[in-house]
Design a protein around this ligand. Sequence first.
Ligand code: FE2
Length: 209
Amino acid sequence: MAAERKTPLDFTNMYATHDAFRRDLDRLVTAVEEGRAGSAGVRAGWENFKKQLHLHHTVEDAELWPRVKRAVTGRPKDLALMAEMEAEHAELDPRLEAVDDALARGRADGLAELVGALSTVLRDHMEHEEKSALPLIQEVLTAKDWDAFRGGMARAQGPRGAAVYVPWVCDGAPDEDRDRFLAGMPAPVRMLNRAFWTAGYRKKGFWKG
Ligand SMILES: [Fe+2]
């Protein structure tokens, strides 16, 4: 009996975005180790990181997990995984606030521990999502579901957000990953990124100083 075939969903953007979060966590950890947490570039990099993470998780909570939950109705193990995804997102909020508060007050004592805790929780969550939730998504969601989720991400970013999001994902990515990510973007986005967005992004000096 041939199993029902469906076109595999493309998770390139999800992995590329997660990698950008991992890269920013590394940059934050390094900045704190080097005593640069108060610099304008690190503060700007942190503000962008928070914004990207908030957007990513808000759209997953609104557009992705509900679709998966509908698709796995009556499957307790899979529903429990969805509850874990939501709980892990919620668990990040106090970690982000703690780092944000310490940075705003210019407090160096305890900052490394707070940043380390945030890094561990977010990395663990993304690994859990990649190892467990993405395979489930691949199994149960349709291409239409996935397009709707991607559309939600694009709407949340808007054109001004895309001008930062695209070069931010590309920043420091291995050539192969960057090329694969850009190849999945509409041609006008690639053109704008090459002609304007990359230069505008560099001027922001995220994590510098
Ligand atoms: Fe994600």
